[in-house]
Design a protein around this ligand. Structure first.
Ligand SMILES: C[S@@+](CC[C@H](N)C(=O)[O-])C[C@H]1O[C@@H](n2cnc3c(N)ncnc32)[C@H](O)[C@@H]1O
Length: 371
């Protein structure tokens, strides 16, 4: 987004202006450079040195003091903190404007075309409250400014491809392809774990005539999703709900999709959410998840994925990668299950090491049995 091309109203609704503010843009671009160094040269220095025949726990034990690994691990953890905190940190900058952020969300509440629903009695799950996911202290759930910080931190750069809209395009295209292949009419869609609604808007673009609902446990995120959809004149509804309890009648939804959700949930909650999706889907209805599940790169890939989960406060990412999803989905009554690496388009084969540290995204698709 180029703020110079924004109307003054649109600019006012972006309290953390990562492109229009030169000093902020320069600092954040320096951090992007650091992170790029981390995921290329620092990563390559590690993977070209270590012994890939060792198991992940042994790799950690053997190489904990290797200078290349210490640099890699330091950059992984602290470049993220530099991005969020300090004078030009996105979380601190948003928090300085809490009042303004809160007013923006409040003003948008009753405007359309879409509707938003916040549940005053909703209890944010403890696994969300206690994780400080992505090292964002208090996470996205804790205050209105946090959602704007999340938005600023995800715009412009995706770990998966270097361009934030790229995974969304793949997500929307995969949903359309799934519906076409299954020849299932899509009238009602739920995007679970929608955060600020980018993934939900991608689904609306794929199914413009469908009723589309985005749900997330974080109130501020849901409100910001509503604000952004309305600014674009898109009729999408958002609601504060959990994947484990969607509050919709049984067999009433045609497509339940999620973009980067399950790796942030513990296995027990994932199982509850999969069961809930099965309950909510119509017979023959479609399920899709786009997430970090398969981990390429053999033992080294696993080791670095475990380290990433620890260093970036994503404590459930490992549990999700180890689930036997095919079996879990089959047990619930899903069929036509496909689980494959989906992004970048040319994933490495088997144990081959990826050329750079990338979150490979797995596309998981299936269908509720029609009988
Ligand atoms: C990494 S974000 C992904 C957001 C969005 N789909 C995207 O790709 O931009 C994961 C989101 O899942 C939400 N979340 C975590 N657990 C959830 C649950 N049990 N039910 C619904 N949302 C949940 C978090 O609040 C967070 O906003």
């Amino acid at each position: 987004m180029n703020p110079l091309g924004m109307s003054s109203a649109a600019r006012a609704s972006h309290p953390v202006d990562t492109e229009g503010d030169f000093q902020l843009a320069t600092w954040q671009s320096y951090i992007k450079g650091l992170r790029n160094f981390w995921r290329t040269e620092a990563y390559q220095a590690v993977v070209s040195t270590v012994d890939g025949t060792l198991q992940p726990t042994e790799l950690e034990r053997r190489y904990a003091d290797l200078a290349a690994y210490r640099l890699y691990a330091w950059l992984e953890r602290y470049s993220q903190q530099m991005k969020y905190y300090g004078r030009r940190g996105l979380v601190d900058l948003a928090c300085d404007q809490k009042q303004h952020c809160s007013e923006l969300l409040d003003e948008a509440k009753n405007k359309g075309p879409g509707r938003v629903e916040i549940d005053a009695d909703f209890e944010v799950p403890s696994y969300v409250r206690e994780s400080h996911t992505h090292q964002h202290v208090g996470g996205v759930w804790s205050n209105p400014a946090a959602a704007f910080a999340y938005e600023a931190s995800t715009s412009g750069f995706s770990f998966a491809l270097g361009e934030s809209s790229a995974p969304m395009r793949v997500y929307a295209d995969a949903a359309s392809a799934l519906a076409n292949m299954a020849q299932h009419p899509v009238g009602k869609v739920i995007d679970i774990g929608c955060a600020i609604g980018e993934s939900t808007r991608a689904l609306k673009a794929a199914f413009p005539d469908a009723e589309v609902l985005g749900v997330d446990v974080c109130a501020a995120a849901v409100l910001l999703a509503h604000l952004r959809a309305n600014e674009r004149g898109e009729k999408i509804d958002f609601s504060q709900r959990a994947a484990e309890d969607l509050h919709v009648p049984s067999e009433s939804v045609d497509l339940i999709a999620s973009h980067w959700l399950y790796h942030e949930m513990p296995v027990k909650a994932i199982r509850a959410a999969l069961g809930e999706a099965h309950r909510a889907l119509r017979k023959g209805g479609l399920f899709m998840a786009f997430d970090m599940h398969l981990v390429p790169g053999g033992n080294i890939g696993q080791w670095l994925h475990w380290g990433y989960a620890k260093r970036n406060n994503e404590p459930f990412a490992v549990g999700f990668s180890q689930m036997d999803l095919r079996q879990e989905l089959k047990n619930l009554g899903f069929c036509d299950i496909e689980i494959k690496l989906a992004l970048p388009e040319m994933p490495p084969q088997d144990d081959e090491m990826p050329a750079r540290r990338t979150h490979y995204l797995t596309l998981i698709t299936c269908r509720k049995s029609a009988t």
